[in-house]
Design a protein around this ligand. Structure first.
Ligand code: N01
Length: 494
């Protein structure tokens, strides 16, 4: 395959495919498109380098909570991951090296934000708006994901705080935290990673917890040089390790974390033992004990979070926050917590990320309007009324139990099949509304007794109406069966 057929198209040229985002999804799609000879192809990326969420989340302690040999692309293997759970810089470097090795860099237009697209029925193409000018493309593949709009809490007085205040996903590295009084709001996956790091340097750290998370042991460790050498020499050994990790998550975590089962109870017992071992003080332990079922929120893994909370310079505050002032946080009991810095570890606005896509489909309908009853897409990938538009990690394709990279790979396969149909002469490919409705009914039925609905908690998985429009309610194997190959009967070719 020559690189020239895939070089970025000139501004006026109609692209065969425009990929939005150069994170895991967008890069995986671009690699596969190149391998399939699809072009002209371009990737637009709002940032100045590849990596997506792994470029944006640079907070101290950022790392993957899925083992790296599993949290990587099967067709871009890396034998020498340094740790069981790679730190963020290593994952970002992996994505950069992967993009370079596959010749993607000339195809990526950095510093370009997608601001919307309108389907042109007569010409069967998308007119895409970006902050760097318009682009025409026959097909769009969104690799934007859902976890990139930081959510800031709606706390009165938030803007009045006089000191530096920033979100974990927009870390301000210019702020020196040494010796400072720091408040961290939130106790999710980002917080459990950042808190132990901040605690090491802070004068005092106050952690504001609304809901305690379930935390399992992490057992992170460096991967021995001999193991890396073996994985380099014998790729089969690395593949076996990947398969072992996949099935471990697929079976044990799936059964324990997605429905209330015997394994849920066993996992809770393990997490309670982990807590009891790390926190002997019964009062602190009580504050850290969840009152909902494990799996209802994302199950966290950490070996250093609980020990960090025992440090003399750390306070766990469980009183609700009443307001923020210039000097710090006031809790509802009237206590003032004076702070120099506030860190928002308050997660992402997932629903808004998708809804904000200013996409106008075939009959002039906006995607946000198509989703007034909640987000939903056929296989999480395509939406009726929006031909030639494909989403990677779209609605209902997140996971609570396994690596989302395995979901991305299934979706890339599905999209490639659709793109192939376009290459074979179809002007447009669009999911049939009845196929989409059938798929969504199936999802909703499976969701009914899931732990996310029945586990007694409120999480970012659920939208304002309490619908889970973010997670896949079944195993990865089931998703592969469902989505890997396109059932052409479910699509209408135009
Ligand atoms: O965000 P979260 P996150 N007052 O939404 C609290 C991925 N990820 O950035 O639980 C007080 O989980 C909120 O409290 P509550 C992963 O998919 C992956 O940590 O709602 N508190 C919660 O404690 C993850 O699931 C990795 O009661 C407020 C916290 O803020 C997703 O990103 C690492 C509040 C938000 O937790 C999001 O994780 C990191 C308020 N007004 C993240 N509003 C990996 O390692 C919110 N909170 C792969």
């Amino acid at each position: 395959m020559t690189a020239t057929t895939h070089e970025a198209a000139s501004a006026a040229e109609t692209l065969e495919v425009l990929i939005v985002g150069a994170g895991f999804s967008g890069l995986a799609m671009a690699i596969r498109c190149r391998q399939a000879g699809i072009g002209p192809l371009r990737v637009i990326e709002k940032g100045e380098s590849v990596g997506g969420t792994w470029r944006e989340n640079t907070y101290p302690g950022a790392a993957c909570d899925v083992p790296s040999h599993l949290y990587s692309l099967s067709f871009a293997p890396k034998a020498d991951w340094t740790r069981m759970y790679a730190p963020q810089p290593e994952i970002q470097a992996y994505l950069r090296e992967t993009a370079e090795r596959h010749g993607l860099m000339p195809l990526i237009q950095f510093g370009t934000t997608f601001s919307g697209a309108r389907w042109d029925e007569a010409r069967a193409l998308w007119h895409v708006e970006t902050d760097r000018g318009p682009i025409s493309a026959r097909a769009i593949v969104s690799g934007m994901g859902g976890l990139h709009h930081p959510a800031y809490p709606d706390i009165p007085g938030r803007a009045s705080f006089a000191g530096p205040a920033f979100h974990t996903a927009a870390w301000d590295h210019a702020v020196d935290l040494a010796g400072k009084r720091i408040g961290v709001i939130g106790t999710g996956a980002s917080a459990v990673q950042v808190v132990p790091e901040i605690a090491k340097v802070a004068g005092h750290l106050t952690l504001f917890q609304r809901t305690p998370p379930w935390i399992m042991p992490k057992h992170d460790h460096a991967i021995a040089e001999a193991t890396k050498a073996r994985y380099r020499r014998v790729p089969l050994a690395r593949r076996i390790e990947r398969a072992r990790l996949f099935w471990l998550h697929e079976v044990r975590a799936f059964l324990g974390f997605t429905k209330v089962s015997k394994l849920t109870g066993q996992a809770e017992a393990l997490a309670r033992r982990h807590l009891a071992k790390a926190v002997p003080d019964p009062a602190l332990r009580a504050k850290l004990t969840p009152d909902y079922r494990l799996g209802c929120k994302r199950v966290l893994i950490s070996d250093d979070y609980y020990p960090a909370l025992r440090r003399p310079n750390v306070t766990l505050e469980t009183g609700a926050i009443a307001r923020i002032t210039a000097d710090g946080v006031i809790t509802e009991d009237g206590s003032a917590h004076d702070l120099d810095v506030i860190v928002y570890a308050t997660g992402f606005d997932v629903t808004a990320s998708f809804a904000r896509m200013n996409l106008i489909g075939r009959s002039g309908q906006c995607l946000a309007d198509a989703w007034v009853e909640g987000m939903g897409a056929y296989q999480g990938i395509t939406v009726a009324g929006f031909p030639n538009y494909f989403m990677l990690l779209g609605p209902n394709t997140g996971l609570g139990h396994n690596s989302v990279i395995s979901m991305i790979e299934v979706q890339v396969r599905h999209v490639l099949d659709c793109l192939t149909a376009l290459r074979q002469g179809a002007r447009a490919i669009e999911v049939r509304p009845e196929a989409q409705a059938r798929f969504l009914d199936r999802i909703r039925a499976r969701m009914a007794d899931s732990i996310w609905q029945a586990g007694g908690c409120r999480s970012w998985y659920l939208d304002e109406e309490g619908r889970n429009t973010t997670l896949w309610p079944d195993s990865v194997v089931a998703y592969r069966r469902s989505a890997r190959r396109v059932r052409m009967a479910d699509y209408r070719l135009g």
